[in-house]
Design a protein around this ligand. Structure first.
Ligand code: DAH
Length: 347
């Protein structure tokens, strides 16, 4: 009986001691230490629990209850103290530690338009000012549109001008140039006049090197109407080149051959790297070839639904990656689609 009383007193003393110790604590480290000492496995309260079974049967519930009350009480105070310490730490960090608002924020990564798209858009802008509308047509073409209707019959040697990607489907190919768009557009608009540009990706089964890729963008120009002359072709192209490269740029037309135009020509411009003196960019010639062009062949006009006796037109086609290369001094066309961010970031 005496022993029982003692234990109750001891429990009270334990509680008092613990709470007094807790009062002095103001850091979380000390608090954790306190918890180990007063509520841990070998703490005094826990020892009391261990001793209960050895006590007189009648007293065990009373002692157990008391020990529980003390333990719960200590736990409650522990939680309260923890809350208090955390609050104090927060208040301290807000009031004492300065927040440096002058540090630069983290900028979001910004994307950009691909160099090829930038050039295409610049060309759209210039040609839009000159009255040309964008007309889009498919990249997967039929042999008929890519060749036949453009006056390039099967087995004609002119087909060798384009190394073609064929598909397993008979007569279905990847377009080798944007010219088939001419026929699509003429079919849609004939007999109304058209003044359009046909931009987009074309595909060629070629050995790749610094100036050859298996895919690249072209822009085709087409104007069909009454009384359109070679003079219109020349004036339009010269104006375009001046707006694209600067008013001082000199151009020249050289006779050439394309099955879908007659007469046909190629336009060169004075080398912008050496001003025509001759350098590696222009292979010493002083001139850079930039596009093919000509008066739309009567057969093509007819295939498009126009009467060649009443209508005439001009067409031109240029590779726009080549234009980008000239404008920015890019020396390898394979950079465009290699997807190397270090290259693309520069533009
Ligand atoms: N389609 C030709 C090619 O890819 C380029 C071309 C030349 C287009 C003359 C034309 C043109 O419209 O008149 O090689």
């Amino acid at each position: 009986m005496e022993e029982n009383k003692d234990l109750i007193v001891i429990l009270q003393q334990i509680q008092q001691k613990a709470l007094e110790a807790l009062q002095k604590i103001n850091s979380s480290e000390d608090l954790e230490h306190w918890k180990a000492v007063f509520l841990g496995r070998s703490s005094e309260v826990m020892q009391v629990f261990k001793e209960i079974p050895a006590m007189e049967v009648g007293m065990r519930p009373v002692l157990g209850q008391k020990a529980n009350i003390v333990k719960t009480e200590l736990e409650k105070h522990f939680e309260a103290a923890r809350e208090h310490i955390q609050q104090a730490a927060l208040t301290n960090s807000i009031t004492q530690q300065k927040l440096d608002v002058t540090l630069p924020g983290r900028l979001p990564e910004r994307g950009r338009l691909h160099i090829a798209t930038q050039t295409l858009q610049e060309i759209y802008r210039i040609l839009a000012e000159m009255g040309f509308q964008v007309y889009r047509s498919r990249e997967v073409e039929s042999d008929e549109y890519n060749f036949e209707l453009l006056n390039i019959p099967a087995h004609h040697p002119a087909r060798d001008l384009w190394d073609t990607f064929y598909t397993k489907k008979d007569g279905i190919i990847l377009r080798t140039h944007t010219s088939p768009g001419q026929i699509h557009a003429m079919h849609e608009y004939a007999p109304d006049p058209v003044r359009i540009i046909l931009p987009g990706m074309v595909y060629r089964y070629e050995q790749m090197d610094a100036s050859h890729e298996i895919q690249f963008n072209q822009i085709e120009m087409l104007a069909v109407g009454k009384n359109i002359t070679f003079g219109d072709l020349r004036g339009t192209l010269e104006e375009f080149v001046k707006r694209m490269f600067g008013s001082g740029v000199e151009t020249r037309l050289r006779p050439s051959y394309f099955p879908f135009t007659e007469p046909s020509a190629e336009m060169d411009m004075k080398c912008i790297a050496c001003s025509g003196k001759g350098c590696t960019v222009c292979s010493g010639t002083g001139w850079l070839e930039i596009l093919g062009c000509g008066m739309v062949h009567p057969t093509v006009l007819m295939n498009g639904g126009y009467d060649p006796e009443k209508f005439s037109g001009f067409a031109a086609g240029l590779g726009t990656e080549r234009i980008s290369m000239l404008r920015y001094g890019v020396d390898d066309i394979r950079n465009f689609w290699a997807n190397d961010i270090r290259f693309l970031k520069q533009f």
